[in-house]
Structure formats: structure tokens, C-alpha cells
Design a protein around this ligand. Structure first.
Ligand code: KG4
Ligand code: ZN
Length: 397
């Protein structure tokens, strides 16, 4: 099955084309084309993602990104396509909310053959609704024109299944999945522990009561006057302290201790807003940090976050008896988190298999949407009328 997948839930416009084979027990994926345009540079001036701008950029970028993905997949063949008037009107209506999108769409599709694909998958949520809508309407227009089934995908399911994938040369494989699987989903909008009891059936084990962990990274980075997104910046500073550990120098933050919120609380929920506030107070008390002091603060912050994430995950492993642990979402790109979890699993839960996505699959992309779309298509979870749902849930308590 060849899937074209579209992701526009946040600040990445991404389309990928993936050839998928197999079934729920054993599947292989070949990425034929993958085009992604990050808007990070544009949003940086706002210190975060600005929804109206994200929506406009998606509308501007979708056609070129589609062209690039098809081209890479060698599925772009020139041809003149006449579109029947009734269909033309319907598509124009679907795309009417995005100025200029219908024009760009028709200019492109009337010049190329219907590509050899079997289904179109698109992120339906969670995410920024205005941004989601652009991708959904674009997918609906393509599905109508090319007469392909449409598969709505939950972005978080994309993070989970892509985290299960093991890369083997240029093939991704999802096999030997030992259920139940516990997933720690950590991104800019989410911090959740989700149990996949049966394949694609989820139960929420814990979640953040306030800020998402990526959000905490971004906010603390902002307090330190580091650019958006803050996760990689904090990580870079913190790693500098680790790489010269033992260097004994005295400065105002050499002995700081940030709190580990809810560390010993009996549930698997998280809270990061108190940690963020502690950083704020600390900065008020100790203004004008030197570069070295910033590194120490980033280091302590990252340690606090990692410790809380691990402790809650360990509790969830105990409670659920999960046989496999996956970590997904943008924050799973974090070196210290990856290293700590790998070490802790080896030492404390040697029977649990840990899978963390490869670097290219950690932050938002369309390959993960194609993977989840494949499983949903196998189950014939098709839909013609997809609605954006900013708060789409994967699982309930
Ligand atoms: O999954 P993602 O790309 O988008 C959302 O769905 O939110 O996650 C983005 C988040 C941002 O908050 C970013 O700061 C964080 O992931 N992030 C990191 C790292 N790389 C990205 N956080 C910590 N360390 C990193 N290396
Ligand atoms: Zn994400």
C-alpha cells in the first residue's frame, strides 16, 4: 500500500510518500519521498508558534512540498488533466478559506498525472486548529481529485508507532512488538504516559496537570534569552557542564537545587509549571547570569525534568507490567533523556525493551503520519469529512 501523508499540526509543513507492506504484526516501510519545511525561523521572533502565521505558511508551502515529495518518489509525471467543472467547483470551495491555495493547487494538479498511490493520510489533531485545517482541506481536495480514500490520523498515534519502528538500512520495520507497550509522549503540547494494551487501543496512565515538558523547556529557554525552540538550546548548555564535569569553579549557581515536582506522589501525573516558576524566582534573585551560570541552570533544569520523567515512567512500568517502553514526541530528541532512559532501563528493568525513534523521526514529520495512516487504512478507518480537532484524544483514563 502506498500512502501519501500530510502533516500540518504545528509549525512544520510536511508530506511524505511511504510504501508500506505487511500487517499489524509485521510491517515494513520504505520512504519513497519526504519533504518538510520548518517554519521555526519565522516563529522565532514571536518566541513561539503564532497560529495565524503557521496557517498562512502551510497554505503557501503545501503545493511546493507536495511537488518535492512526488518528485523524490519519482511519481511526478507531466500530463494535462482536465478537471470537470463540478469537481473544480467543489475543490475550489474546499480550499476557499486559504487565499491563493486553490489557484496554486489547480496550477499544479492540472499539469500532472494522478500519482500511483493508494490512500491519503492527514493529521486531524491534536494541534493548532487553524494549521490542522489547511492540511485537512488540502488532503480532501487531493482525495477528491485523485479519487483516493482519506485516512484521518491522530498525531500522537503517529509519534507512538514511529517510535516503535526500527530502521534497517533504508527500511523501517515495526515487528516483535511486545504488548502491552507503555508510551511516554513528550512534546511541545503533550506530556502523557499512554498504555497500548492491544494494538492501537490506548489507556491514559498519566498526564501533565499544567505545562507540557517541551513548553517548560521553551519557557525556561526564553527566560535565559535563548531562541525558540528552547529544547535544543537548553540541551546544548547542559551538555557543556556534563562534558567538563569535575571542573571545580565557584559561581552563584554552583549549588542550585531545583524542585522535582510531584516526584513522590502516588499517581503517574506530571506538573512542570512549579519548576518553571522556580527558575523565574531564581533569575529574579540572581540577575545577569554569566554564560557559565546559565549552563548550570540549564543543567539542573534538565536533570530535574529527566528525573521526574523517569520516576513517573518507572512507576507506570510497575503499575502496568508493560513489556515495552517507547518514547515519542519532539522532546525525545533530548540527548540526556535518551541516555538516562537507556541506562535506567538496562540497570533497573532489563526485561523491558526500550525503543526511541531515530533522530529524523523524533520531531514532527509526515513519515510518522504515513506509518499510523497505514495501520488505520488496514482497519479501513477511512473518512470523507474530516474535522480538525485541536484537542483530539488518544486515550481516556
Ligand atoms: O513533537 P514536536 O516537534 O511538536 C509538537 O507536537 O509539540 O515537539 C516540539 C518540542 C518543542 O517544545 C522543543 O523545544 C522540544 O520539542 N525539543 C526538545 C529538543 N528538541 C526539540 N526538547 C528538549 N531537548 C531537545 N533536544
Ligand atoms: Zn508532535
Amino acid at each position: 500500500m502506498r500512502i501519501l501523508a500530510i502533516e500540518t499540526s504545528c509549525d512544520e509543513t510536511a508530506i511524505s510518500i511511504v510504501e508500506a507492506q505487511g500487517n499489524e504484526k509485521e510491517a515494513q516501510f520504505h520512504v519513497l519521498g519526504n519533504a518538510l519545511l520548518s517554519q521555526i525561523e519565522l516563529h522565532r521572533q514571536y518566541g513561539g508558534v503564532f497560529p495565524a502565521l503557521a496557517k498562512r505558511e502551510h497554505a503557501k508551502n503545501l503545493v511546493p512540498i507536495l511537488e518535492a515529495a512526488l518528485e523524490e518518489a519519482e511519481l511526478l509525471h507531466e500530463d494535462t488533466q482536465a478537471i470537470p467543472e463540478e469537481m473544480h467547483d467543489k475543490i475550489a470551495e474546499i480550499l476557499s478559506r486559504e487565499p491563493g491555495l486553490a489557484e496554486a493547487f489547480f496550477a499544479f494538479v492540472t499539469e500532472c498525472e494522478t500519482p500511483d498511490i493508494d490512500a491519503i493520510a492527514v493529521t486531524a489533531g491534536p494541534g493548532l486548529e487553524p494549521a490542522l485545517w489547511v492540511g485537512i482541506n488540502f488532503a480532501r481536495a487531493l482525495a477528491l481529485l485523485w479519487q483516493k480514500p482519506l485516512v484521518p490520523v491522530n498525531h500522537m498515534e503517529g509519534h507512538i508507532v514511529s517510535a516503535l519502528a526500527v530502521s534497517d538500512g533504508d527500511t523501517l520495520r515495526i515487528e516483535n512488538v511486545a504488548l502491552p507497550v507503555l508510551a511516554l509522549l513528550i512534546s511541545g503540547g503533550h506530556t502523557e504516559l499512554v498504555l497500548m494494551k492491544n494494538w492501537l487501543e490506548y489507556e491514559l496512565i498519566g498526564e501533565t496537570l499544567d505545562d507540557a515538558v517541551g513548553e517548560a523547556f521553551d519557557k525556561v529557554a526564553r527566560m535565559l534569552e535563548l531562541p525558540y525552540p528552547g529544547g535544543p538550546e537548553i540541551s546544548r548548555l547542559a551538555e557543556q557542564v556534563r562534558s567538563d564535569a569535575g571542573a571545580s569553579e565557584e559561581h552563584r549557581l554552583s549549588n542550585i537545587d531545583l524542585p522535582r515536582p510531584m516526584l513522590n506522589d502516588a499517581a503517574c501525573n506530571f506538573s512542570f509549571s512549579g519548576l518553571k516558576t522556580s527558575v523565574l524566582y531564581l533569575l529574579k534573585k540572581t540577575p545577569d547570569l554569566t554564560e557559565r551560570e546559565k549552563q548550570h541552570l540549564a543543567h539542573e533544569f534538565e536533570n530535574a525534568v529527566t528525573e521526574v520523567l523517569w520516576k513517573k515512567t518507572a512507576r507506570a512500568l510497575e503499575e502496568t507490567g508493560a513489556r515495552m517502553l517507547v518514547i515519542g514526541g519532539g522532546v525525545s530528541a533530548n540527548t540526556h533523556i535518551r541516555r538516562s532512559f537507556t541506562k535506567n532501563i538496562e540497570e533497573q528493568y532489563p526485561d523491558v525493551v526500550l525503543r526511541i525513534p531515530s533522530a529524523a523521526l523524533t520531531t514532527d514529520n509526515a513519515i510518522m503520519i504515513a506509518l499510523a495512516g497505514f495501520y488505520r487504512a488496514l482497519r479501513k478507518d477511512f473518512a470523507e469529512d474530516i474535522k480538525a480537532d485541536g484537542n483530539l484524544r488518544l486515550a481516556q483514563h
